[in-house]
Design a protein around this ligand. Sequence first.
Ligand code: MOS
Length: 760
Amino acid sequence: MAADEKGHQSLVGQPMDRVDGVLKVTGGARYAAELELPGLVHAVLVECPVARGTLTALDTRAAERAPGVLAVLTRKNVPPLPVPTTPPSGDSTPLLDWTLNYSGQVVAVVVASTLEQAEHAAALVKADVDAERPELDLEQRLDTGFVPNSSFRPGEQTRGNVEQGLSGAAVKIDAVYRTPTEHHNPMEPHATVAAWDGDRLTVYDATQGVTNTAQNLCELFGLAREDVRVVDPFVGGGFGCKGQSWPHTPLTALAAKVVKRPVKCALSRRQMFFTVGHRPQTRQANLLAARRDGTLVALRHDAHNQTSRLDEFLEPTGAAPSMLYACDNVSVRHHLVRLDLSPPTYMRAPGEASGNFGLETAMDELAVALVMDPVELRLKNHADVDPSTGHPFSSKSLKACYAKGAEAFGWAKRDPRPGVRREGHWLVGTGMATASYPANFRPAAACAVMYADGSVRVSCGTQDLGTGTYTILTQVAADAVGVPASKVRVELGDSRLPTAPTSGGSCSATSAGSAVLLACRTLRSRVLQYLTSDEGSPLFNVKATELETRDGVVSLRGDPSKKTSYADILGRWGKRQVEQEAFAEPGRERGRPFGAPQGTEPADKGKSAEYTMHGFGAQFCEVKVDVDLGTVRVTRWTSAFALGKVLNEKTLTSQLRGGIVWGLGMALEEETLVDPTTGRFVNTTLSEYHVPVNADVPPIEVLLVDEQDELVSPLGAKGAGEIGITGAVAAIGNAIFHATGQRLRDLPFTLEKVLGPQVT
Ligand code: MOS
């Protein structure tokens, strides 16, 4: 096993295989929908067929008489439950209501002995509706745009004076960029299994946050926190749509209460389009102006995004424009437009992916207008400090990312002229863009236990979305204690475990990882302290700093003959187990490197305590565009990212590659269409809502830039779940421009848009 310079083992960083890999490929990993319980029955949701109106009658008689039916829940027989405050639910209506706010809203729940019986009966429920004409067109409703009440409006600011900046500009880009409604489509659809034991509720739920889901259920059913348990050991992807609680989860719990049996509700792929959120459509008006030498002198981002009748959801497209480049004159504004569509939600790199697309496309247009290399333009406007706050970055290695990515891709050989490279019937082009995403670190707790045999159990109320959380936490714990990975067992996905945040905002590795690190470090110290204070031990009175810990063996640095094992220490101590909890939170350690001795804080701690924590990267790609068909093939990809400490090179680069594949889908394929009459999403299958398949994806080279960041978190790692998609979309569009001379600003870049001017 590899060791660091102090003799401690270093599994962290190594491309270790997933510890849950065998369970996953053998079907041993059970997902929420697969759970079976004695007496389990099935619930099916009945959806409202119109986007706006009132339910005038709901005839459930036929459904109630159908074979196997145990209950039909409607607003007639279910009292309104309170609207939960945590997490802020996208759908703030009572669970079952007469008022109809979006197509697909749940109007009834049918519970039956088998899934087939429930589906059959659900089809027999007859709804009479007084339908109104829905508002569904963002562009037509721009004049109704309003500023959300929430203070959560990332990037929104005015600094300097845009008009004044414009007066000094030689070149100006002023254009509108559009992103469509998109759906998350994780491999695992949402599912809930709910079981009551008296007044205690256990819920197996496909969720990105067991704690949030438990909290939500406590509020709805008026239960004490200890009486609700939410379990989710394996998640088949979330991407944001499992980041909050949606109506099917409490409705399943309600159904289980009514029929006094455990109830399962598994959403179909089609239902995944209606009641569990989507990325809202956006319209971004960007203005960029620069001096002849490329210096940005004005930047304006004026955005509108769809929200529903029920919420005020902001897609924070302005976050990136406000801070990605140095510019003295900046204005960033967001507006919401209410449409009769279901509540939107966060979707992988919310705001950052969509806002980056508009900004990084505009930057490419600016580079073209200036006749300047796009990398050079970005270097020219590199933000050495966070321009939106003036705060320094805890670390920023973006310049190294440009250099490393450009070198590996062969960017220097690029002929900047658009539309001049041709291979048979393919036009060839290359493009690049900057990737960026905040390094979020949220409070988290974890527990580490060492047993008599020297093995370690780590528990944390985070969840593994399929990204490798079990694996990286195994590595972190193994190293922090000094035991082999095979001696570490990690338990996650249970709201009874120490509280950790919802796995969103790319925060889990950093947050849960820091808590696990602190718990394991303290556990190690306690055990070593016993050892060095034990007169009978060969290491009596040795300073802890002189001890090496590897593979479960503790030895004296420089004299490996003086050694003992963790199992021996616990044996001599007479301990069956030693348990240690720890809590990690941001802020405490800001202002001095984490772990540095007290007293090394800069004098003005209040001010110096503020850093911007952010990950960065650079994306480079090549596309080929079919001259006759407009088909776009992405043929080559190189990216470089700097994300602090690498915990597992394999799962990290896999996360980033997955993000880039998402970028490919966002650029070329993904778009949910709305029926203009009924307000229903229409392409609600994976044969009609296209996501990339293997044949769409070229080999993706992901390079990592070394980056030390002792401020970002005790662990030193930045999250990687979302940054991969950022920059990827614009890089593809910029490459299409380079290939064809055709500038595309409306996602996705489907072939009729690529062919556009040639056919008109
Ligand atoms: Mo991510 S969209 O913050 O789950």
